[in-house]
Design a protein around this ligand. Structure first.
Ligand code: C2E
Ligand code: CA
Ligand code: CA
Length: 626
């Protein structure tokens, strides 16, 4: 782009765009202006009579204006109709000036009309009116100056006076045009970041496609969705979230070339229009630069916040409309989001099918809850000292009507993203508590705890404590027999919400466990601050535990740390006999894994409980299911 055309574009950017009024708003304003026009028809007739022009003359003058009013009401075309109204209103000014014999004060009528016409927020009626004023003063003023001015000097120098009047009309309209532009900005700009909003962005993409004559690959749209923005909002509050969005908008602007257009589509979604591309590599480079720029932590309220983004890139293809390109970028972004985040991906047609499948899965999941398709399996937690079942962990499965029994990892991530995890989690909690109570009644001589996994989303629900309380009350399970498992991530984030929530849960008398310990974060200070009872050592550390002293070192440190803090330890994912020996040596209290038992359905667990003796821990491994 040359500097000349760039400057022209900057000027055009500064002017209002026109055509920004939604149909409904336009209709209301248009109706008001046509009423005003019709009122002028009547007023002109009576003003003519009052000025002693006679009925025929007055009617003729009123008819000029009436014909514009008729055209404005007859046509459905927005342009023609607003143009006719505009011309009718300034023609009223001219007629009034004429009827008054060119009284100079009557010219004020023009000023008012031109200002009022900016209500259309459209250049056509506005310029039609200005054109009329220029012609009226220039042509009529020159040919019949006494009809336009009652002023001897004006009659002598009609052009000079036409210029003076024209200048004033323009100056007066400038104020209205500014108001018009500000008005437009509100409709087209995101108030928080001052970036173009979805509507304007859509418009720009459309124009870019037209300008490049839809040459494939010359225009790209990037969809940017922040990862973890919701957490910032939930933990630091909306004001902090807003600050972060403003800072992100700044980063986006800074990482783009001057010709690229960033926009905020809403929430934590941004988009970028990139034009004049040479190759698809260019578009990916923009995406990389952008991701790179977001890796530097943000500082909001004196807190460092690390936030990533998922970027979907779509190149314009032959015959694409703005809608097509935007949708493709969205699909690509969605694909990134669901496949690991923090990356960028170029749209491919195959992505569509995958997205459709996920949407289907989401709908299925909604239905599954109502149709009772979820089931809970239970995996025993074994006491390494006694070899007995010390607890059970409730693990959800989905008995899908066509796909069979689905493991949680195939649907929980989506449930987490869509918020459906909240009702699903509540269902598991209630179900597990009731089942625990039933078993406790039936096998009164086998004490055990029931562990239920809580997702991060569940933890931030304001009513979580009530939900847990209700599950305990309705099942009759003693609070001390319920263990709630939370992943490390939610603990480290020391938002007051989390800390308070955990203390409230603890106050109910339930036990709290840190799940997958060791996989998340390096800071361990939360272990002292939070009311935790149990550490579940992730399978990762158990896998190699029997390979040698170095490999066992992590597990050893975790176990001794836990003991110092008076926490119990559960080794997860124990599969081998020598791992069990090792864990016993390290002083680990509890273990869970295929070595002892896989997660079992209700009958499987009942069989274990019923078995005469489970004392050596190996017994359970003989009972297996899927
Ligand atoms: P988790 O909480 O770490 O659960 C343990 C997972 O490890 C279970 O997988 C279990 O079957 C598996 N496992 C146990 N022992 C062994 C072993 O010896 N070897 C191997 N390779 N795996 C073993 P599952 O049931 O597929 O659950 C996966 C994850 O889904 C769970 O990980 C948990 O994070 C989540 N999840 C399951 N049910 C729920 C639920 O009701 N609510 C929530 N929020 N999350 C759940
Ligand atoms: Ca767990
Ligand atoms: Ca785990």
């Amino acid at each position: 782009m040359s500097s000349g055309s760039r400057m022209a574009r900057a000027v055009i950017d500064y002017l209002p765009k026109g055509q920004s009024l939604p149909e409904e708003v336009w209709r209301v304003r248009h109706r008001t202006l046509t009423y005003l026009l019709r009122a002028h028809v009547v007023a002109i007739f009576f003003y003519g009579l009052a000025r002693g022009k006679g009925a025929a003359h007055s009617a003729a003058e009123a008819t000029i204006v009436a014909s514009f009013a008729a055209l404005a009401t007859l046509t459905q075309n927005r342009k023609v109709s607003s143009g006719a109204t505009a011309l009718g209103l300034v023609a009223s000014s001219a007629v009034l000036v004429h009827l008054s014999g060119g009284i100079i004060e009557m010219h004020f009528h023009f000023f008012v009309m031109v200002g009022i016409l900016t209500l259309y927020q459209d250049w056509l009626p506005f310029l039609a009116a200005i054109g009329f004023v220029v012609l009226h003063h220039g042509v009529m003023g020159a040919l019949r100056p006494q009809d336009v001015y009652n002023h001897p000097s004006a009659i002598a120098h009609p052009f000079r006076w036409a210029l003076i009047h024209g200048g004033f009309v323009l100056a007066a309209s400038a104020a209205s045009v500014i108001a018009w532009r500000l008005n437009e900005e509100q409709a087209l700009k995101d108030p928080l970041t001052a970036l173009p909003n979805r509507r304007l962005f859509h418009d720009r993409v459309g124009h870019a496609l037209v300008r490049t004559q839809r040459v494939p690959g010359s225009v790209a749209v990037l969809f940017v969705d922040l990862d973890g923005f919701k957490d910032v909002n939930d933990s630091l509050g909306h004001a902090a979230g807003d600050q972060l969005l403003i800072a992100v908008a700044e980063r986006l602007r800074a990482s783009l070339r001057p010709g690229d257009t960033p926009a905020r589509l809403g929430g934590d979604e941004f988009a970028i229009l990139v034009e004049d591309l040479k190759s698809e590599g260019d578009a990916l480079q923009v995406a990389d630069r952008l991701l790179e720029s977001l890796t530097v932590p943000f500082v909001v309220r004196n807190k460092e916040i690390v936030i990533g983004a998922s970027v979907g890139v779509a190149l314009s293809r032959c015959g694409d409309t703005a809608d097509d390109v935007l949708r493709n970028a969205d699909v690509a972004m969605y694909t990134v989001k669901t496949g690991g985040r923090g990356r960028r991906e170029l749209f491919e047609t195959a992505m569509h099918a995958a997205v459709v499948e996920r949407v289907q899965l989401e709908q299925d999941m909604h239905r599954a809850l109502e149709a009772n398709e979820f089931v809970v399996h239970y995996q025993p937690v074994i006491s390494l000292a006694t070899g007995r079942i010390a607890g059970l962990e409730a693990l959800i499965r989905w008995q899908h009507p066509t796909k069979g029994l689905l493991p949680p990892l195939e649907f929980l991530p989506l449930a987490e993203q869509t918020g459906l995890i909240v009702p699903i989690g509540t269902w598991v909690l209630n179900h597990a508590c009731r089942q625990a109570r039933t078993w406790k009644d039936r096998f009164a001589d086998r004490p055990f705890t029931m562990s239920v996994n809580l997702s991060p989303t569940q933890l931030v629900q304001p009513n979580l404590v009530d939900v847990v309380k209700a599950a305990l009350r309705s099942s009759g399970l003693a609070p001390g027999d319920l263990v709630l498992e939370l992943t490390e991530g939610v603990m480290v984030d020391d938002a007051t919400v989390t800390v308070d929530r955990l203390h409230e849960l603890k106050a109910l008398g339930v036990q709290l466990a840190v799940d997958d310990f060791g996989t998340g974060y390096s800071s361990l200070s939360y272990l002292r601050r939070l009311p935790i009872d149990i550490l579940k050592i992730d399978k990762m550390f158990i896998d190699s535990i029997a390979d040698g002293p170095t490999e066992a070192e992590f597990a050893r440190s975790i176990i001794s740390l836990a003991h110092n803090l008076h926490l119990e330890t559960v080794a997860e994912g124990v599969e081998e006999a020598d791992q069990v020996t090792c864990l016993r040596d390290l002083g680990c209290n509890l273990a869970q894994g295929y070595r002892f038992a896989r997660p079992l359905d209700v009958d499987g667990i009942a069989a274990l409980f019923a078995a005469a003796e489970v004392s050596d821990g190996w017994h359970a491994s003989k009972v297996s299911s899927q």
